[in-house]
Design a protein around this ligand. Structure first.
Ligand SMILES: NC(=O)c1ccc[n+]([C@@H]2O[C@H](COP(=O)([O-])OP(=O)(O)OC[C@H]3O[C@@H](n4cnc5c(N)ncnc54)[C@H](O)[C@@H]3O)[C@@H](O)[C@H]2O)c1
Length: 295
């Protein structure tokens, strides 16, 4: 099946990026948000990315106009019934994801492929709320942040996912101009299983005052050739998302390296969630990182 109509549930950091890329590849995209204000905010994120691209001369007005027509918003799950593929990109909480898939199960056509963009949860945990006939068309489609820039997508298969679904998803990833790797349905898949302990270790270093936040980031950026340091990256991912992912991985593996440090919990409790709230390890001016904040 060639994916032409895609539904995206959640138009936050990830959902808006997936919607942007899918619209640019020529798909018709319907994004579903929780309320009008969040929908407006999510769609504005997509449109301002295109405005910046036009202003830089990378994209023509005509191209932008075509892409804009490809994206529509809705507050109703029922609007997604005709989609070939629905990607869920709501917060990393199993209870919320199960509510979403329960709603989708009762509304979608039988051929729709259902995917979650979860970073850490087991995709198969969604199965109990779906009719048995849907399970061969349930998979993980794990994009990376920021979606428009990151070329990788992990395609996650459960024991029930069928070959047609995997081939369709691989072709869809290719249509977006990205590279797919096949990942097992194990917590953290490939990339986060390796990345998250490193980011949490950097937080423990900051917690123990090994060095300043800036020096930890500069050390790893320049010493290891990474595009950004681990605390900068954590702000970028979202500290609430980091905490949720750490909790899932720690519960799954029980190893201390996956445990959320107290500092992470304190920052989340204080509402310092990183770039999306304007403060985390750093202060943020929109997309731009400013100075490190006191810990
Ligand atoms: N942030 C990252 O770097 C990253 C990377 C890869 C995967 N992920 C995963 O992607 C998912 C989304 O993460 P995010 O960073 O985009 O979170 P986010 O908080 O930026 O966005 C989530 C959005 O979902 C919306 N939402 C909540 N309930 C909804 C509902 N019932 N219907 C429609 N919309 C609803 C929220 O209003 C919010 O806008 C999570 O599972 C996360 O683990 C995140």
């Amino acid at each position: 099946m060639d994916i032409q109509r895609i539904g995206i549930v959640g138009c936050g950091l990830m959902g808006s990026g997936i919607a942007q890329c899918a619209a640019e590849s020529g798909c018709l995209v319907l994004v579903k948000e929780a309320n009008e204000a969040l929908l407006t905010k999510g769609l504005a994120r997509i449109h301002s990315a295109w405005d910046r691209a036009v202003a830089k001369g990378k994209v023509s007005e005509d191209q932008r106009a075509g892409w804009t027509l490809n994206v529509k918003g809705t507050l109703e799950f029922a609007a997604l019934t005709e989609c070939d593929l629905v990607v869920e990109a709501i917060p990393e909480r199993l209870d919320l994801k199960l509510q979403t898939f329960t709603a989708l199960d009762s509304l979608l056509g039988p051929k729709t492929i259902l995917c979650t963009n979860t970073s850490s949860l087991s995709v198969a945990q969604i199965s109990p709320v779906l009719a048995a006939y849907r399970l061969p068309r349930l998979a993980g489609l794990h994009f990376f942040n920021p979606v428009p820039m990151m070329p990788l997508v992990e395609v996650v298969r459960t024991l029930a996912t069928d070959e047609d679904t995997l081939a369709t998803l691989r072709a869809f990833v290719q249509k977006l101009g990205k590279t797919a790797v096949m990942a097992p349905d194990a917590p953290g898949f490939i990339v986060n299983r390796l990345l998250i302990p490193y980011l949490l270790d950097a937080m423990r270093c900051a917690e123990q005052r090994l060095a300043t936040v800036e020096d930890i980031d500069t050390g790893m950026k320049l010493g290891c050739g990474h595009p950004m340091g681990p605390l900068h990256l954590s702000d970028f991912i979202g500290l609430d998302t980091m905490q949720s992912v750490a909790e899932v991985l720690f519960e799954a593996f029980g190893e201390p390296r996956f445990k959320a440090p107290a500092l992470l919990r304190q920052l989340v409790a204080a509402g310092r969630l990183g770039r999306k709230t304007g403060s985390g390890f750093y202060r943020w001016e929109g997309e731009k990182r400013a100075e490190a904040l006191p810990l």
